[in-house]
Design a protein around this ligand. Structure first.
Ligand code: IMP
Length: 428
């Protein structure tokens, strides 16, 4: 049996956690491949509401394995905190494993993230401040500390010492900040080694073994394609690859194992942090929608920026990921709007821009071209079948499918697992 990827099509926060929880009952494992605890996935099911940042969102299903792959960067305190929370709520955590190749978010990465953001001043990216970017920088710079290194005992100290000497020079000489003590960092590492040891595994082998045994997997995306380090609105991006390529490198997964790539999109757009967002709504309209939808970050509590559905950016996301189906979430939030808009093109100085530009300054200047459609008064909230949807909501979905050139497979009409319309089978 194959692997199915669930990937954010926008700027993250599309509701992937709910969709993964919904689908996870039909698979044997949910595998996270990128990002760190900058992600926040909310899952509402028969056991209650769970806010997860690292542990894969399928963990609430009995018998489903939760695997954290090599492409993830891990703050062990956050991981252990989440495991304790799950365990205290009677979720079996013995099915969780983490790659020995995953990189560790060290205490100095968190300090560095904050100092760098302060130094950027008005060009700040608006990072989540969790040290994710600096941990990936060190990974690529070949001075990262991996989960396997933590367990290495005596080999660890020289690696940490080397990295910390460099960081302390950076903090004091460039940022006029304070040094971190080697003893404190090493003591943290020793505690982490003991806490993580039972969960550390060669996860690429586990994933392959599951596939060889005919089991099926969900690949859990975090963040979204428009935040991808390569394909997003650079430099206002995260430091990993949330799009489909990241799933292969972030797990050691053979691409031929991937049978489906599901693109998750909100029925409108949101973005946290800085950077261009052509269909952004400002003023009271945005305020009303933000309050109705409670659009505040799960990780930072920051107010999310709000916009209409952007089909230009969406089509680009389909191109980058090869989505085999779409999931449209939070359709219910648009209930009661007299009309709804879709951004179908961009213009700069009256000239049409028909694709998502790589140039961030150009993207910043793009003015949205909207198509306006009649809204619907009847609720879509909690609908569980297509026949319960008002005709104008069906027309809205159909227009998005046409513009994106991709079929919708799932519509989400509320936060709970059962508030879902399965239009087409996804896991086959
Ligand atoms: P970082 O990933 O913390 O370095 O933040 C880089 C950018 O990605 C910032 O604009 C963040 O707000 C954004 N970002 C990171 N993770 C998420 C997420 O899970 N949802 C939405 N935005 C995110």
């Amino acid at each position: 049996m194959p692997a199915y990827a669930v990937i954010g099509g926008q700027w993250g926060d599309e509701g992937k956690g709910k969709i993964i929880d919904y689908l996870a009952g039909s698979v044997n494992a949910v595998v996270r491949y990128a990002g760190g605890n900058n992600a926040g996935h909310t899952v509402v099911n028969d056991k209650g509401t769970f806010q997860l940042h690292l542990i894969p969102s399928g963990i609430c299903w009995p018998g489903v394995y939760g695997i954290i792959g090599n492409g993830v960067v891990v703050n062990p305190d956050v991981m252990m905190g989440e495991l304790d929370m799950l365990s205290s709520r009677d979720i079996d955590i013995s099915r969780v494993s983490i790659s020995e190749r995953a990189h560790v978010i060290m205490p100095y990465h968190i300090v560095q993230d904050r100092l760098e953001e302060e130094a950027r001043g008005s060009s700040a990216i608006g990072t989540t401040g969790q040290g994710v970017g600096p941990a990936y920088v060190d990974k690529v710079g070949r001075m990262g500390i991996r989960v396997g290194d933590l367990l290495d005992g005596e080999d660890l100290a020289p690696k940490v010492e080397r990295a910390l000497a460099f960081k302390n020079a950076l903090f004091t000489k460039i940022y006029c900040g304070e040094c971190l003590s080697l003893d404190q960092v090493m003591s943290k590492c020793r505690d982490w080694a003991e806490m993580l040891r039972p969960y550390v595994q060669p996860t690429e082998q586990i994933v392959q073994d599951l596939l060889d045994q005919g089991k099926s997997l969900l690949l859990e995306g975090a963040q979204g394609t428009l935040l991808d380090i390569d394909h997003g609105s650079y430099p206002y991006v995260t430091s990993s690859s949330p799009s489909i390529g990241g799933a292969c490198t972030g797990l050691g997964l053979n691409p031929q194992a991937i049978a489906g790539v599901l693109g998750v999109f909100k029925a409108y757009s949101t973005r946290v942090g800085s950077g261009p967002m052509p269909s952004e709504l400002l003023g009271q309209g945005a305020e009303d929608l933000r309050e109705k939808a409670h659009e505040y970050g799960t990780t930072t509590g920051r107010a999310r920026r709000i916009g209409w559905f952007d089909a230009v950016a969406g089509r680009y996301s389909v191109l980058v990921n090869g989505f085999t189906g779409l999931v449209l979430t939070r359709l219910d939030i648009l209930d009661g709007f007299p009309s709804v808009k879709i951004c179908v093109g961009y213009q700069v100085d009256g000239k049409d821009i028909d694709r998502f530009p790589s140039n961030t300054n150009l993207l910043e200047e793009c003015q949205p071209v909207y198509e306006e459609m009649p809204g619907w008064d009847e609720p879509t909230a909690s609908a569980t079948s297509r026949s319960q949807l008002p005709k104008n909501a069906v027309a809205y979905i159909k227009r998005i499918e046409e513009l994106m050139r991709c079929r919708a497979q799932i519509i989400s009409t509320g936060p709970r697992r059962e508030e879902t319309i399965l239009l087409e089978p996804v896991i086959v």
